[in-house]
Design a protein around this ligand. Structure first.
Ligand code: G
Ligand code: G
Ligand code: MN
Length: 371
């Protein structure tokens, strides 16, 4: 819709000058560029102007690379780098999204196999698919041909769909999603919590992972509200799904997520989306470092607390301790339990963090110091 109105504005030669929020490019110029992009999209698909960058997902228990997200890029010969937020809507408008999707799937599957041949361990390859793409009658075929052409095992491919899939005709999408899952391909719900899905729809659709949106991760470390993430983790657990958090930028965010039970994270803390070579170098480095880390002394701390909002306090303490003691690796896990004191006494907990909340029937016990 935006594209249509921008194009219309360019055609009528509207004298008003609007600015795009982010880059302050005048709207008329942007509309003209969008028309050019739309005209050039088809030929660009036939050339090598589209390519993928890869961003790692790291498992916090092992500090090894668990998977990666493939992100499409377009370098236009005269307009330069065009972000997907801009060309995906144009591709949808021009009915070319299916071809963009085919390209992404083919490149990603081939890359996953190339890394295996270069000696990397198996890494889950996650590819974004838009809801219009899923509705295409040939959707299953393009997934199948990408797998067949590359030889990638279907269980190493995960498709990320946003909740907007629920906003449209779920019938056709659901049928197609079922078909690709029958191939053995995994399914993740992207940007979870920002869209339209009802819990009823969520429990009907068969999928494997929930991807926690970066907006919820952002203010974790600044003492922001953790209840949304906690809610998502509980929903995932109740539905028997795994989770991955995206947009993790700091160590404290990673520690808090881990303490809350989210073990796979993606974000600038580890790496930005990178070229295949840089990604490979990243995997080789992090896997080497984490195997040498496994050799240093390791402490596992089990913490109990009445309320999950204490998980942040505990994670801050662990990070501070780690900063001062680089020779020790601390792994901590926070359990929420109203009977912390008894568990602590029974030796099931190494530490109990007990807040004086009215109504909790335990006596106050002092919080034990880390050392
Ligand atoms: O990395 P980046 O900021 O450029 O990604 C912006 C958005 O573009 C993300 O929401 C991502 O899901 C989407 N995107 C990136 N690559 C693809 C792709 O290959 N297909 C689709 N449908 N969306 C993509
Ligand atoms: O919508 P989707 O989840 O597919 O989008 C992924 C987007 O998130 C990409 O644009 C990617 O570049 C961006 N991204 C990945 N890690 C981080 C991060 O740590 N911080 C921020 N701000 N963006 C990130
Ligand atoms: Mn995504």
């Amino acid at each position: 819709m935006l594209f249509r109105s921008e194009a219309a504005a360019a055609q009528v030669g509207n004298q008003a000058c609007f600015y795009h929020e982010q880059d302050r490019t005048p709207w008329r110029e942007r509309a003209r560029e969008n028309l050019k992009l739309a005209e050039d999209l088809e030929s660009a698909l036939a050339s090598d102007q589209f390519f993928l960058q890869y961003q790692p997902q790291v498992h916090l228990d092992t500090q090894q690379v668990y998977g990666c997200e493939a992100l499409m890029r377009w370098t236009h010969p005269t307009l330069g780098s065009i972000p997907p937020d801009r060309f995906i809507p144009i591709a949808e408008e021009r009915d070319l999204i299916h071809r963009v999707g085919q390209k992404a799937l083919a490149l990603a599957c081939a890359q996953a196999v190339a890394w295996q041949q270069a000696g990397l361990p198996e890494i889950l390859m996650c590819v974004n698919v838009s809801h219009t793409e899923i509705q295409h009658p040939d959707f299953e075929n393009s997934v199948r041909s990408a797998l067949e052409a590359s030889g990638l095992s279907p269980r190493l491919l995960e498709l990320e769909v946003t909740e907007s899939v629920f906003a449209t005709d779920l019938g056709q999408s659901e049928a197609n999603l079922e078909k690709i899952q029958r191939l053995g391909v995994r399914l993740a719900i992207d940007d979870f919590g920002t869209g339209y899905s009802s819990l009823a729809q969520l429990s009907q659709l068969s999928f494997n992972r929930l991807k926690i949106d970066k907006s919820f991760v952002h203010d974790l470390a600044s003492g922001g509200d953790q209840s949304v993430i906690l809610g998502i983790l509980l929903i995932a657990e109740a539905l028997g799904k795994t989770v991955v958090a995206e947009g993790v930028e700091t160590d404290v965010e990673a520690q808090i997520l881990r303490a809350m039970g989210c073990n796979v994270v993606q974000g600038y803390l580890y790496a930005r989306p990178e070229s295949p070579d840089n990604f490979q170098a990243f995997v080789e480095t992090i896997n080497r470092v984490s195997s040498s880390e496994r050799r240093r002394s390791r402490v596992r701390v089990t913490v109990g607390t009445h309320a999950f909002d204490q998980a942040g306090t505990v994670s801050h303490a662990v990070s501070a301790y780690q900063a001062a003691h680089s020779d020790v690796g601390v792994v901590h896990q926070v359990h929420r339990n109203l009977k912390c004191r008894s568990l602590f006494k029974a030796g099931d907990l190494d530490l109990a963090v007990i807040s004086s909340v009215p109504g909790i029937d335990e006596d106050l016990v002092p919080v034990r110091a880390w050392e």
